[in-house]
Every structure is written in C-alpha cells, then in structure tokens.
Write a protein that binds this ligand. Structure first.
Ligand code: SAM
Length: 287
C-alpha cells in the first residue's frame, strides 16, 4: 500500500486506530485514510466492524483478533508487517487497548522491533471527563471493576483514600449496584458524575453527590439503559477529622506553595507530594 501518512521508510507498521463511540461522524480524516489503505484491518468482531467500515466506504480485508486468539495470531501478523504489510487494528468502539483488545499485539510488535503508530480519536473515558465537572488535572482510570459484589467492593475499598478523580466503565445491568457499592463505601456525600450514551441520541449526564446521582438514575428506567462512564471525585485528605484543605488555607495566605505544603505535611503527616499537589491546586484555583 502507499504510505497513508508520515511513515517514511518502506517497512510495514502497526496502526492503532480509534473509531467512534456512538456518533459515526467522530472519526478523523487520518483514521479513514489509514484504514482505506491498510493491507489488513484487525477487528474485534468482523460483523460489527463491517457495519462501521461500510459507512466510510472501506473495503479492506478484515481479520478477527480478540482476547481469545490474540496471543496465538500475533506472531504471524507481525511477520506480515515485517514483510512490508501495513496493518491497522481497531476495536468495536473508541480507542483500542482501553478496556479493549490489542495489548498483546502492540507488546509483541515492539519486542519484534515493529513500529507502532497511534491514530488517535474518541475514547469514552476522556470524553466523559471533559464534561464531568470534576477535577481532571490528575485522574485514575479503573475500567470495569469485577461483576461480583464482594470482589467489586474490595477494589473500591482500596480506592477510598485515592485523592485523584476516579474513572470507571460500567454496564447497564450493573449500574445501580455499582453506584450502590460506591455510596456504601465512600459515603453518599462524595461528588460524582455519570455520563451515559455519550455522542448518541439519548446522551445524558447525571451529577451531584452520589446520593443525588443514584436518585436521578433510579427514578428513570430509561436512565438505566445504554453505556456508562462513572466518575467520582477523589478523597479529600484529612487526619483525625481535620482536612488538608483546612490546614493549607491559612498557610497559603502567608507562605509560598512549597513552604505551605512542607509545613502542612509536618502538621498532618500526609505525604509531602500530596500536600504539594493540593497546595498547588488551591493556589492556582484560588480555593
Ligand atoms: N475502547 C473504548 C473507549 O475508548 O472508550 C471502551 C470499550 S469498553 C469495552 C466499553 C465501555 O466503554 C462501555 O461499557 C462503557 O462503559 C464505555 N463506553 C463506550 N462508549 C460509550 C458511550 N458512548 N457513552 C458512555 N460510555 C461508553
């Protein structure tokens, strides 16, 4: 194939191409070009991919690569790239490898010295964060938590004191149970934001305290349908009931960010880097 973009040499490469998460207009010109010229497109499900690719008039050959066969077929596909083929990998929606297959292909490509090229685009987690109204300067992506309540709640317990915004994916049949576990362990007052069906006809955003978000979603059967990204504000740092913000506020009025965070770390015993990060946020946000 002719090189679709800046890959200057004649060797093949592996393109990791993002596709839409709902609205089919959310694909880049470059993604369409790369896919139209690829020698082979690796897809999660050939029927799903055919529908998507047909929409853009792309007729390149497809091969199913998913969690059950990725390990087995990776070596053969990488050999094809080494012979000069350009192979693109897509998933059913959004950015491959983000709660989707592709990791083993990319890892093995790198071990084999094959170039991996990102063709970026939609990702539900990032789109949701951009409208969440929660701090986004630092966040933790947790993907799907285990389906079983005990295992799920064990994972939530380990995240209870995490100061960064938490981002989860959840399926419709578990959304209320998942929010219930968050409420039980983190408390109903914690701020949260749930983005549903982003870029689609019934796109909606529920935000407020966890109590309020659960009330909104429970009250409407339609609100329990579709695809969800759940985001929860990070834990406020506190020691013996005194919050870090409470200690930092007067210190920041008199001292630099660096000095105030050092003193706050000594007073509270909270790690210096956490105090510094929060002091910086309070200073920049004039909190
Ligand atoms: N690779 C995808 C990405 O880049 O976002 C994610 C794939 S993962 C298998 C599918 C999950 O992503 C869904 O269960 C849901 O939690 C989230 N998701 C995907 N599309 C979404 C949308 N349009 N609105 C809300 N959440 C979405």
């Amino acid at each position: 194939m002719n090189k679709p973009d800046q890959n200057p040499d004649q060797t093949g490469c592996l393109y990791i191409v993002a596709t839409p998460i709902g609205n089919l207009k959310d694909i880049s010109y470059r993604a369409v070009e790369v896919l139209s010229k690829a020698d082979l497109i690796l897809v999660e499900d050939t029927r799903n991919a055919a529908k998507l690719l047909q929409h853009y008039g792309i007729k390149q050959p497809l091969k199913a690569v998913h969690e059950h066969n990725e390990d087995k077929v990776a070596a053969g596909l990488i050999a094809l790239i080494k012979q000069g083929q350009h192979i693109a990998l897509i998933s059913d929606a959004g950015t491959p490898l983000v709660s989707d297959p592709g990791f083993r292909m990319v890892q093995q490509a790198q071990v084999a010295g094959v170039q991996t090229v990102a063709v970026p685009g939609a990702c539900a987690a990032i789109a949701a964060l951009s409208i969440a109204g929660l701090p986004t300067d630092r966040f933790v992506f947790e993907g799907f938590l285990p389906a079983k309540q005990a295992a799920r709640e064990q994972r939530i317990q380990a995240l209870m004191d995490e100061p960064r915004t938490l981002v989860f994916y959840e399926a419709k049949h578990r959304i209320l149970a998942f929010l219930g576990s968050l409420q039980k362990l983190m408390g109903g007052a914690r701020r949260a934001s749930v983005a549903r069906e982003i870029t689609k006809k019934f796109e909606s955003l529920y935000h407020g305290s966890l109590d309020e978000v659960i009330e909104q979603i429970s009250a409407d059967a339609l609100a329990q349908k579709g695809e969800f990204v759940v985001m929860v504000q990070g834990a406020e740092q506190s020691v013996d009931g005194v919050s870090l913000d409470h200690v930092l506020k007067p210190l920041l009025a008199a001292l630099s960010v660096s000095k105030a965070s050092k003193v706050a770390a000594e007073i509270t015993g909270i790690k210096k880097n956490i105090c510094y990060q929060r002091a910086l946020e309070m200073h920049e946000g004039d909190v």
